[in-house]
Write a protein that binds this ligand. Structure first.
Ligand SMILES: [Ca+2]
Ligand SMILES: [Ca+2]
Length: 117
């Protein structure tokens, strides 16, 4: 149910599963002039940075998903967020992130790097 309080509108989205969502709002005034806006958000009930396939472990499979994402391949049903999943502290997912995930997967100590993990 949508609730309105003056010009502020409220709608609760509940029981969402993990994933990326987009909300599109279409609005019109009294004479039928239309405008619209949209925004995206991500829901994650549990989060381990580097765990691209969300199985609770960081493995070479995760590094491969990072690499596939970095080169523009569809990794559905998985997804990576350039901010949340970034492991190289540059705000994007690149092959460097994939390599760092692989290094983490094989147990390398990454705690003393410029972007510690
Ligand atoms: Ca994993
Ligand atoms: Ca990065």
């Amino acid at each position: 149910m949508i609730k309105a309080n003056g010009k502020n509108w409220y709608y609760n989205l509940t029981n969402l599963s993990d994933g990326k969502y987009k909300i599109v709002i279409n609005c019109s005034d009294l004479v039928g002039n239309w405008n619209w806006t949209s925004f995206e958000f991500t829901i994650r009930s549990s989060f381990i940075k580097g765990d691209a396939n969300r199985d609770g472990r960081i493995t070479a499979a995760d590094a491969l998903l990072y690499l596939r994402f970095a080169v523009g391949q569809n990794i559905s049903p998985y997804y990576l967020d350039p901010i949340l999943d970034d492991v190289t502290c540059d705000g994007r997912i690149t092959a460097s992130d994939a390599l760092k995930v692989l290094r983490k997967a094989v147990g390398q100590d990454l705690s003393k790097e410029a972007c510690p993990w």
